[in-house]
Design a protein around this ligand. Structure first.
Ligand code: ZN
Length: 84
């Protein structure tokens, strides 16, 4: 095989240029409520874990608040700690 391999691929569109969607809480000024199970569940994976920032799309501040709310909801038994 004598095909040219090292072909420069500089014409590719750059990664990391995607605009990050702004945090839903920053935009809507929506209040986090641990009693709103449907809403809390949006920030959990299907296995019951807290969704990481890359999935939830939250900013650092609101991601911390989300984590706190999820933990509170867990303690009250509103959402499960883990799903088998
Ligand atoms: Zn935010």
């Amino acid at each position: 095989m004598t095909r040219e391999r090292r072909e420069p691929k500089r014409s590719r569109p750059q990664f990391r240029k995607k605009k990050r969607r702004p945090c839903v809480f920053c935009v809507d000024k929506k209040a986090l409520d641990y009693k709103d199970i449907g809403f809390v569940r949006r920030f959990m994976t299907d296995r019951g874990k807290i969704a990481p920032r890359r999935l939830s799309g939250c900013c650092a501040l609101h991601q911390r608040m989300v984590a706190k709310v999820v933990k509170r909801a867990r303690q009250l038994g509103l959402v499960p700690y883990s799903v088998e």
